[in-house]
Design a protein around this ligand. Sequence first.
Ligand code: 13P
Ligand code: SF4
Length: 304
Amino acid sequence: MAQSEMKQEIRRLLDEHNGLLLAHNYQRDEIQEIADIGGDSLALAMAAAETDKDVIVFCGVHFMAESAAILAPEKTVLLPRLDAGCPMADMVTAEGLRELKQQHPDATVVTYVNSSAAVKAESDICCTSSNAVNVVNSLDAEEVLLVPDRNLGRYIADRTDKKCYFWEGYCPTHERLAVEDIEHAKKDHPDALFMAHPECPPAILEIADHICSTSGMYSYAAASPAKKFIVGTEMGILYRLRQENPDKEFILPTSKLICPNMKLTSLEDVLHCLQTLSPRVTVPEDISARAKATLDRMLAVPRD
Ligand code: 13P
Ligand code: SF4
C-alpha cells in the first residue's frame, strides 16, 4: 500500500474506533504528520489523561504508553511496537530503587517519567524534562533522590537548594553528543544559538544557550530573533522545527542523535495496530494505583 493510502486508512480507522493518535516529538516525520497531537512527554501524558476518546494509539516508547494506560485506565491504549523501549527507563528497577531509598530514608523520590510503572509506584512524585526544576522546588523536602537520569538530576541540582542524590542512569542517545560536535557546529555557524535537552551530559549543558524539553525548543526557536539554531536532541524534532520556522535554519551537530527505539514505529505498524487493536498496554492494578498517585502529584504542581 502506498504511504498516502496508508495514512488515509489510519485516519479512517481512528474515526471508526473513536481513536486518538499521539506522537512524540522524536517520531518519524510521516507519523508526526498524521498525529492528532504531537508533543513532549508531559503534553502527551496530559492529552491521554484528558481525552474523551476510547482508543489511544501511542506512537512513542513503552513508558509513555504505560503512563497513558495509568492515567486513562478505562481507555484502550495501544503501542504499535511493543519492542519500542527506553534504555534509560530500563536502567532502574523497583528493587534497585527500594535499596537506594533505604540508604536515603529522608529523601523524597522524584522520578523522571522515563521509568517503568513499577518504579513510579515506588516513587513519591514524577517529573518530565519540562517541569523537573519546578516539581523539585515545589516539594516540602530537604533531600531528594533523582531517578533515573543522572544528567537531568545534575541539571536540577544546579537549580535547587535541596540536597540531591542521583541514580546513575542516562540516555544513550543524548550521551553520544560530544563537546567537539558542538564546537565544530559553532565554528561552521558562529551566529547560531545552541539549544540542548537536559538529558545531555553536563559539559554540553554548560555551553548551551538554552536548556529545555523537546516542546520547549519549539517555543524558544519561534520566539527568538535568531535565524540559526544548533539542536542538541534527537533528530525527530527537526520535522516540526523546520515546518514551523521556514525562515530559520536548524543544524544537527551529529548524525549520532538518533534514538533507535523512537524510530521503530512505521505507518505499517500503526495501521496493523488499528486493524487488530493490539498490542495493548496495560498495567496491573496494584502497581497502577500507586504509579497514578505519583503521576497525579506531578500534574497537580502549578506550571511556571
Ligand atoms: P521530552 O519530555 O522532552 O519529550 O523528552 C522525552 C525523552 O525521551 C527525551 O529523550
Ligand atoms: Fe529513552 Fe533516550 Fe530514546 Fe528518550 S531518546 S526514549 S530517553 S533512549
